[in-house]
Write a protein of this length. Structure first.
Length: 151
């Protein structure tokens, strides 16, 4: 596990997610409670976590499920704890008041997004086709081999 990389990408995704949430809430209130912005506010965190989680797991160091679960659990625990603290500071209540079924449900969506990101990053890549010139020269070499005498 790369802890500095994990903390940096978690912080970047946390800030991006909360900034997008703020914009969605402002748009939701300005546009007279349009349900589209409510949906955007609910789904942007899993999308950001999918992107930043893929960036975290991209070097391919977490090949097995047990190597993926540790960083994902730390990521979710950080998000849960810091998110509760931020909401408590904004709302003026205690952090434990923010513990609800909805918050657990939202964090489970983030957990699934991070699992998907880890799977997509560790998925082996299929070999691509050789460049066009290499294929042409290979065909030329094969044609030349047809006309070379063999003993």
């Amino acid at each position: 596990m790369h802890i500095r990389r994990l903390l940096f990408l978690w912080l970047a995704s946390f800030i991006a997610s909360y900034a997008a949430n703020a914009v969605a809430v402002i748009a939701w209130t300005v546009l007279q409670f349009n349900d589209f912005f409510l949906l955007v506010g609910l789904l942007n965190a899993p999308f950001f976590y999918l992107l930043f989680g893929w960036l975290y797991f991209r070097p391919g160091f977490a090949r097995t499920l047990s190597q993926r679960i540790g960083p994902i659990l730390i990521w979710i625990a950080l998000d849960f704890a810091v998110g509760m603290a931020v909401f408590a500071l904004i709302d003026g209540s205690e952090p434990k008041d923010k513990l609800s079924t909805a918050s657990v449900l939202l964090e489970s969506g983030n957990f699934l997004a991070l699992l998907l990101a880890a799977y997509l990053a560790a998925k082996p890549r299929e070999p691509s086709a050789p460049p066009r010139r290499a294929r042409a020269s290979k065909a030329k070499d094969e044609a030349a081999d047809l006309f070379t005498p063999t003993a």
